[in-house]
Design a protein around this ligand. Structure first.
Ligand SMILES: Cc1ncc(COP(=O)(O)O)c(C=O)c1O
Length: 381
């Protein structure tokens, strides 16, 4: 019995980042590891959106519909999609969308192009299905900038799906609009699916967010979430934009998993979508301030760290000059200095760490000061 259970669990690799967070998210004092902006409270949401206590009191906990409340889907379609609510499904964070997309569209032996490094869900689910992965590398030596020519070489008539996430977790690298177009063209040429994880799309430091590829290419699927740019990870709200035929496949799977979202989550999410700019503008401003603080800190610590300044999102993938075992360093930082940082081993890069700079500015300052101490005093070789 136990062996059977173990084997079935081992069908999918353990999620390294989530496991690290389980160990340290609640036991540290300062978080400079998470990849989202500072989180909002319900009281703040009352002020920033039109949500009222009376509306919450009126909720009856009916079932919701499989794809989500229609008015909510309409609001999402207008802001992030092509205006058609039939192409929107709301999900429990974009994690659920990821799971549904891969399991709904992939089969064993399919060839799938993924980024490296990459948020693990975006390749481990495909791997667990038995797909053949081809890795599109983002290299530190090239400032983690995606090389479109390389992607074009990897995409062949055998490619079933290309999965990308820009701005990128953990590096903050992104594409230009021209590069995005070239990528869409390359995927369209072979008729593969393009999965566009837009978790960080709304925080960019120059220009405007990249458009949703669904506007140009029918076989693309994109995901969004309130967990990263909107400071609401605990709401567990996300969405998936895809053709009605693809959404039907996802509902088929959802019928065995989560069925639908809670009307409580849908109501709050609806008000947030309607006033999304109110939340975003505050956090974007804070992200800019924090990025400048981080940038000065990196300059002052050049002897110890190297980086590529992020183009979007609120995390960066620092390279540690003297430390090859980032995991030992991050354990030390968490246990001794009570600071949460994510070791690069969660992304298969052991001499890097993921640093999140989206939190409260006072926390970032305190976290960086404790990080300096660990780098300069404790780990100087
Ligand atoms: C690129 C990316 N996609 C998706 C997710 C999943 O987030 P959520 O399920 O909270 O929306 C994460 C979380 O870290 C992420 O970094």
């Amino acid at each position: 019995m136990m062996t059977k259970l173990k084997n079935s669990i081992n069908k999918i690799a353990p999620a390294l980042l989530e496991s690290w967070m389980r160990d340290y998210y609640f036991s540290t004092e300062i978080d400079i590891g998470s990849s989202g902006v500072e989180n909002f409270s319900l009281t703040e949401l009352y002020k920033l959106t039109n949500l009222t206590q009376e509306e919450l009191d009126r909720i009856v906990f009916h079932d919701s519909s499989s794809l989500g409340n229609f008015e909510l889907r309409k609001a999402i379609a207008l802001r992030w999609g092509n205006g058609d609510p039939e192409q929107v499904m709301v999900t429990h964070g974009s994690s659920e969308a990821n799971f549904l997309i891969m399991n709904g569209l992939l089969n064993a032996d399919d060839e799938v192009v993924v980024l490296d490094p990459c948020y693990q869900q975006l390749f481990s689910i495909a791997e667990s299905i038995g797909c053949q992965l081809k890795r599109w590398e983002l290299r530190f030596e090239q400032h983690f900038l995606p090389n479109i020519e390389e992607a074009k070489r990897l995409i062949t008539p055998r490619t079933r799906m290309v999965i990308v996430n820009f701005p990128h977790n953990p590096t903050g690298a992104s594409l230009t609009k021209k590069e995005q177009d070239a990528l869409i063209d390359a995927v369209a040429e072979v008729g593969a699916y393009l999965v566009w994880d837009a978790a960080f799309a709304d925080i960019v430091y120059e220009g405007s967010p990249l458009p949703n590829p669904n506007l140009r290419y029918k076989r693309s699927i994109s995901m969004g979430t309130f967990s990263k740019c909107y400071g609401l990870p605990g709401l567990r709200f996300g969405w998936c934009l895809a053709s009605p035929e693809m959404l039907e496949r996802f509902v088929h799977l959802r019928d065995y998993m989560t069925l639908h979202l809670s009307p409580l989550v849908e109501l709050i999410a609806h008000r947030v979508v309607e006033k999304a700019d109110n939340l975003l503008s505050i956090r974007l401003q804070q992200a800019r301030v924090n990025l400048n603080i981080l940038s000065k800190w990196v300059e002052q610590h050049q002897e110890f760290v190297e980086w590529s300044r992020p183009q979007g999102g609120v995390c960066t993938f620092l390279r540690l000059r003297y430390i090859s075992d980032s995991e030992a360093f991050c354990h030390h930082l968490a246990n001794v200095h009570k600071v949460l940082l994510v070791p690069g081993t969660c992304f298969n890069h052991s001499s890097h760490v993921r640093l999140g700079f989206g939190g409260a500015t006072s926390d970032l300052n305190e976290g960086l000061s404790r990080l300096s101490k660990a780098l300069v005093t404790d780990f100087k070789f």
